[in-house]
Design a protein around this ligand. Structure first.
Ligand code: GRF
Length: 204
């Protein structure tokens, strides 16, 4: 069984998808920690309702919060195997990336390497996709490295958006895919079926 920490900042639909997916498969993946920079976000409330241990990472106006060094210690003490960024809006410090190299994954709501980078999150992404007039979009799960959205791609799935009338419609279609591929990648990780060969990520 692997122990997972999920980092969140918002609505928490991906956290929900992960928790629900592994409810039936608890012996494989256990979501042990949820960490947020926003203690009042719906994702954090969901974690608390589901009796998952929560921690707040320090941001300007939160008290009872932890520094990144303290978060690192908490992750180690809880023997976390995998960190999942599911709508987490802060940059992961390099020290943490280094300690958890190839053990931090992020879900991005577009087909990387397009429509990524600093400031490309949430509706900003879908608006940019809409304005580009792209005919497909999708979701990407990738490893997290020191640069925004630049780690190696683990999995992607695309969706036809040729008939959409708004960025919101794109968001809706992409979110459905996110909820499919993120738990699937976590399961692959738990089964040790994600390998790096010739500098490429291979799913076995
Ligand atoms: C998702 O679209 C995810 O791809 C992005 O932020 C959004 C989070 O949504 N990184 P939710 O909080 O999981 O509902």
């Amino acid at each position: 069984m692997i122990k997972v920490a999920v980092f969140v900042s918002g609505r928490g639909s991906n956290l929900r998808a992960i928790v629900n997916y592994f409810k039936l498969n608890r012996q494989k993946v256990s979501v042990n920690l949820v960490i947020s920079n926003k203690p009042d976000c719906p994702a954090f409330n969901f974690a608390q309702e589901n009796e998952i241990q929560t921690f707040v990472v320090k941001s300007k106006n939160t008290n009872k919060s932890f520094s990144w060094d303290e978060i690192l210690n908490i992750l180690k003490k809880n023997e976390i195997d995998l960190i999942v960024l599911a709508g987490f809006l802060k940059k992961i410090p390099n020290k943490l990336v280094k300690e958890f190299r190839n053990r931090i994954i992020n879900i991005h709501p577009a087909l990387l390497p397009s429509f990524g980078g600093e400031g490309m999150y949430g509706m900003n992404v879908h608006r940019a996709v809409f304005e580009s007039s792209a005919k497909v979009s999708g979701a990407t799960v990738h490893f997290v490295n020191e640069k925004y959205d630049e780690g190696k791609i683990i999995a992607q799935k695309c969706v036809d958006i040729s008939d959409v009338n708004s960025p919101e419609e794109i968001a809706e279609r992409v979110l459905k895919i996110e909820h499919e591929i993120l738990p699937a990648v976590i399961e692959k990780f738990a089964d040790n079926k994600i390998q790096i060969e010739n500098n490429r990520v291979i799913l076995k």
